[in-house]
Design a protein around this ligand. Structure first.
Ligand SMILES: Nc1ncnc2c1ncn2[C@@H]1O[C@H](COP(=O)(O)OP(=O)(O)OP(=O)(O)O)[C@@H](O)[C@H]1O
Ligand SMILES: [Mg+2]
Length: 250
């Protein structure tokens, strides 16, 4: 009798990546047109609301017009953010030193972290990946910002780490953003990547959806899990490393 065991994780990962890419592409096509029309309509309503002269209106009607202006402005912002997210992404691929990007992200957030008495450190072993520098920076920045916001929102002094470790067997770089915040309930760990999922009063819920889109467009994966020792959150990215062998043209 011969028993054959095959590890299908890589195939399953690839299928999941393709499914996500397909969903994102369809979402982009379907909704970008609608959102565009919606934004034009909103701009018209907002324009009319601005044309109304508050000084000539009875006091109780002024609040209605002010409400109209504020709501249409806020909705316009949501639609703009959504359009930025749903628009098909064109990658400008170059070799990117991800460690340097992580340092820059940390520097940007340092003031905010220090204001809460916490710390944000970059560590581990980094590598150069082939990717879009602007988008990869945006992805790391969203993850680190979420980590700081999660701690600050729960009144916890932030202890955030952005660490990397090459996984040579998988030919990938694993990047982790960990925090000591309140964590994400296991049942919500997939839902946090959906567009508009937010638990923050002024959040748009597009941060992680954008991170997932960026990572998947780079043929990588992102996953939310518990932080070290089961406390807080660990956001794990896996990005493919560039081919080691030089390309041979025949
Ligand atoms: N590190 C974290 N710890 C705990 N919860 C998190 C963490 N990161 C994300 N979340 C949860 O996932 C939700 C979605 O995050 P996402 O970045 O997509 O949107 P947001 O941060 O709420 O809004 P935005 O990014 O648009 O300002 C958050 O509202 C929060 O509930
Ligand atoms: Mg966010």
């Amino acid at each position: 009798m011969i028993c054959l065991f095959t590890d299908l994780s890589a195939v399953i990962d690839l299928e999941e990546q393709l499914r996500l890419k397909d969903t994102l592409a369809r979402l982009g096509e379907l909704t970008a047109g609608l959102a565009h029309e919606f934004r034009n309509g909103l701009a018209t309503v907002h324009g009319y609301a601005r044309l109304l002269n508050l000084d000539t209106l009875p006091p109780q009607e002024r609040t209605y017009v002010e409400g109209l202006r504020a709501e249409t402005e806020a909705l316009g912002q949501v639609v703009t953010n959504f359009l930025n997210f749903a628009r098909p992404t064109q990658l400008a691929v170059t070799p990117v030193d991800l460690g340097q990007i992580a340092q820059r992200v940390a520097e940007e957030l340092q003031a905010d972290v220090t204001a809460h008495g916490g710390r944000l450190v970059v560590g581990g072993t980094w590598a150069v990946v082939d990717g879009d520098e602007v988008l990869l920076r945006q992805a790391l920045s969203n993850l680190a910002r979420n980590a700081v916001e999660a701690c600050a929102g729960a009144g916890i002094v932030p202890d955030v780490r952005i660490e990397a470790m090459p996984d040579l067997a998988a030919h990938a770089l694993r990047v982790q953003v960990t925090d000591n915040g309140p964590g994400i309930e296991p049942g919500l760990r997939d839902r946090v990547f959906r567009p508009f999922f937010t638990t923050k009063r002024d959040g748009t819920g597009l941060g992680l959806a954008l991170v997932q889109k960026i990572v998947v467009t780079h043929n990588g994966r992102v996953h939310a899990g518990p932080g070290p020792g089961g406390l807080g959150t660990a956001m794990q990215l896996t990005l493919p490393l560039p081919e080691l062998l030089p390309k041979v043209s025949v």
